[in-house]
Design a binder for this molecule. Structure first.
Ligand code: GLU
Length: 287
């Protein structure tokens, strides 16, 4: 049994992160398994070494430990490129030159009989502008790469499913080929500025680190379907998932990185103990 906490070093860890890390850590403890830490720093325009250092410090202070070395995604770009190569050779991804503005214009252009634009895990579902353009022999460096969901789901006509585990009870969630096309669409797998994406990297790394249980927030539930589709296309195993509740502020909004008021470092400075943090996120104390 192997699980992980995979923060991005783009701001301070807050109570929501502490809860997520503690859920994963406790799951590993309960199963006599291993808890891993992974640094998701593919967005080099936002990742900062000082945030990464603070992550290690805050998690140690909370009482967590993890095996070394820690996988940092910025050091693993070749693995993502290999996965993209596989998908490219199978005709499952295509270059996209659309800007945000192009997509917005295509979505708002009046089209007779069309339903209003739908939202997927990454925002508006891509209208497909670049899908039917001739595909070059190798992908252009200046383009994003999108998954051709129609081609992908033609290979997975039964749809895909994953097992959700929560407090000892399991449930299966499934998405049909039609739903994947309509509700996820052609998501970006490689951003122009990164050479990869969150979805692709997380799938490649969960497999490389032999993660059996993914613990993450409920906000990523829809993204999990993207990940399971990619696992099936790349021949990678599908872990069990646990989507935990979200920690919200007093107005009911999910905590974000900018919620410095709830940063772990801030609570530490104010003299709170790790046990206080457990209590704040509603976790019973543990020896
Ligand atoms: N880096 C992602 C985050 O911080 C990881 C989420 C996940 O896949 O568990 O939200």
């Amino acid at each position: 049994m192997r699980t992980r906490f995979a923060p991005s070093p783009t701001g301070p860890l807050h109570l929501g992160h502490a809860f997520s890390a503690l859920c994963a850590y406790r799951l590993a403890q309960d199963h006599g398994g291993t808890f891993l830490l992974r640094i998701e720093d593919i967005d080099q325009s936002r990742a900062r070494p000082e945030w990464e250092a603070q992550i290690y410090d805050d998690l140690q202070w909370l009482g967590l430990d993890w095996p070394q070395p820690v996988l940092r995604q910025s050091a693993n770009l070749a693995a993502y490129k290999t996965a993209l190569d596989t998908l490219w050779q199978r005709g499952l991804i295509y270059p996209c030159h659309c800007t945000r503005r192009d997509i917005q214009a295509a979505l708002t252009a009046p089209q007779e009989g069309d339903a209003p634009p739908r939202m997927g895990p990454d925002g508006h579902i891509y209208p497909g502008t670049c899908r039917s353009a001739p595909r070059p022999a190798t992908w252009p460096a200046d383009a994003a790469l999108r998954l051709d969901m129609r081609a992908a789901m033609a290979l997975l006509p039964q749809g895909v499913r994953f097992c959700e585990t929560s407090s000892g009870s399991d449930a299966w969630h499934m998405i049909s080929a039609k739903e994947a096309i309509e509700n996820i669409g052609d998501i970006v797998l490689s951003r122009r500025d990164m050479g990869t994406s969150y979805h692709l990297s997380v799938v490649v790394d969960d497999a490389a680190q032999a993660i059996t249980h993914v613990t993450r927030g409920q906000d990523l539930f829809d993204a999990t379907f993207v990940h399971v589709i990619l696992q099936r296309l790349l021949g990678l195993p599908t872990p069990v998932y646990h989507h935990h509740r979200l920690i919200r502020d007093d107005t009911g909004k999910r905590l974000a990185k900018r919620d410095d008021a709830r940063a772990i470092a801030r609570y530490r400075d104010e003299g709170l103990t790790p046990a206080d943090i457990h209590a704040l996120v509603g976790l019973p104390p543990r020896p």
